[in-house]
Design a protein around this ligand. Structure first.
Ligand SMILES: NC(=O)c1ccc[n+]([C@@H]2O[C@H](COP(=O)([O-])OP(=O)(O)OC[C@H]3O[C@@H](n4cnc5c(N)ncnc54)[C@H](OP(=O)(O)O)[C@@H]3O)[C@@H](O)[C@H]2O)c1
Length: 269
């Protein structure tokens, strides 16, 4: 089958199309899926460049790709996850990354870890569903599980036009929170359409001069944006970052909680 592979870590030049990839079942557990669509996340190039190599050992060549949607071809009743909740023909979405017990989503077929997939909502197309797993679960875990965001609280979402940010804005509005977001001016109409109450152009404006006494900050940008964000929180507020480890000096100085989130895309709570 066709897949997108790398044989070593490196830049985009190490990526190639392989026309004869064999699906080795022992490299994945669970369900064989015919891939209909795959989503692209920043983590895909981070894996390709070797950012994860301290944590996860990969045996090259590997097939790239994490998020996908597709149709169950065959369930594995004999593997580790022998109790399959899926049947042939089920429309599913989720993750098939080699970093999470899968065989890689950028391929015609993949084996996925059963814990990382769910039935695809009928209302979503395959393309829409393939764009959701990592960003959707990231936004949910941050706002609902880590922040416990509630109605009438104020949240600043950095990177509102991004994959995670655009879902986070919609989720925060669904929870009836007030949403300020940073985005560049070209994305202003888009984040407004997502539901943002207040839009700050991160290229020309200084967000910490504009918003104050917020309950929550969701940081999907990192770096100096993370450092500066502590100033917009009220005492007792919380910042959750997708990139930065908690800074204890800033936590103490501003009387706030800081958390780093490593998203776990799993059906199990
Ligand atoms: N820890 C985890 O488990 C985990 C899970 C998922 C993702 N992540 C990380 O989270 C980050 C965001 O992921 P994503 O999928 O949402 O990425 P994305 O789709 O690339 O979105 C990033 C957004 O941030 C915007 N941006 C860049 N610089 C900014 C700044 N200084 N201020 C405000 N916005 C800025 C970008 O806008 P422009 O177009 O203007 O550049 C873009 O809209 C990535 O680094 C990703 O690797 C971590």
């Amino acid at each position: 089958m066709k897949s997108i592979i790398i044989k070593s870590y490196g830049g985009s030049d190490v990526v190639s199309i392989d026309n004869d990839t064999k699906l080795h079942k022992d490299r994945g557990e669970g369900t064989l899926v015919d891939i209909k669509a795959a989503g692209v996340n920043p983590i895909d190039w981070k894996i390709r460049e070797g950012y994860m190599k301290q944590n996860i050992r990969l045996d090259f060549p590997i097939t790239l790709g994490m998020d996908f949607s597709g149709i169950v071809n065959e369930t594995n009743k004999s593997g580790k996850n022998s109790v399959s909740t899926f049947e042939s023909g089920d429309e599913v979405f989720g993750q098939a990354s080699v970093t999470h017990g899968g065989t890689g989503a950028f391929a015609e077929k993949a084996i996925t870890n059963n814990d990382n997939i769910a039935l695809k909502p009928k209302s979503l197309s395959y393309k829409e569903a393939a764009g959701l797993p990592l960003v959707g679960v990231s936004a949910w875990q941050a706002l609902v599980e880590n922040m416990n965001l509630s109605a009438d609280q104020k949240i600043l979402i950095h990177g509102g036009a991004g994959g995670i940010g655009s879902i986070a804005i919609q989720l925060a509005k669904d929870l009836n929170a007030y949403v300020a977001t940073t985005a560049n001016s070209d994305d202003s109409d888009f984040v407004k359409a997502m539901g943002a109450d207040q839009i700050i152009d991160y290229k020309t404006q200084t967000f910490e001069d504009i918003v104050k006494d917020f309950d929550c900050v969701y940081d999907t940008v990192g770096g100096e944006t993370y450092q500066r964000s502590f100033r917009v929180l009220k005492n007792g507020g919380i910042i959750v970052s997708m990139l930065e480890q908690p800074n204890s000096n800033l936590m103490e100085k501003y009387g706030v909680v800081a958390k780093f989130q490593f998203t776990q895309v799993t059906m199990k709570g």
